[in-house]
Design a protein. Structure first.
Length: 162
């Protein structure tokens, strides 16, 4: 398994399929990390759609989305489920950012957070506008997640550094 990218390094690039819920419309697209340069991004890897902790995490990020977008950042949530599951999950909870499908866990393995092919460690990566990893939070058990305010503080630090 690959090592988790260190802060100060450029994390592995990837392209994943995803869905985006806008109002009642769902659009499908390919999301490529290296094509997202020019503004910060928050990558939130989560174990599964419609699970208790994951639902709380992504709903809290949707509620706090303005605290991310206020710093010009986008949020991409990534899990092993497919697009049909993501679409149902996004509609059920009104999730306001793209949900990407890492079926087979190839990207999770490249980020060093896969758990022996059976899932992934809940992890959040904050990447700056130049594509450099500036902050990461990786859980051991996956029952906790960083609050939107914690991630916003990291984004504020990026903004102050510019």
């Amino acid at each position: 398994m690959a090592k988790t990218p260190e802060t100060g390094a450029v994390p592995p690039d990837f392209t994943l399929p995803g869905i985006q819920l806008t109002g009642s419309e769902v659009s499908k697209s390919e999301y490529t990390l290296s094509q997202h340069r020019g503004k910060p991004i928050v990558l939130a890897f989560y174990p599964g759609d419609n699970t208790t902790v994951c639902t709380r995490q992504l709903c809290s990020y949707t509620s706090g989305l303005e605290s991310f977008t206020g710093f010009g950042a986008d949020v991409w949530a990534i899990s092993p489920q497919g697009l049909a599951s993501h679409q149902q999950f996004a509609r059920k909870y009104g999730l306001a950012f793209p949900l990407l499908a890492d079926e087979g866990l190839a990207v999770s393995r490249r980020y060093g957070i896969a758990l022996g092919g059976v899932g992934l460690r809940r992890s959040v990566f904050v990447i700056d506008a130049d594509g450099v990893l500036r902050w990461r939070h990786i859980t051991l058990v996956g029952l906790t997640f960083p609050a939107a305010s914690t991630i916003s503080a990291q984004l504020a630090a990026l903004s102050d550094a510019r």
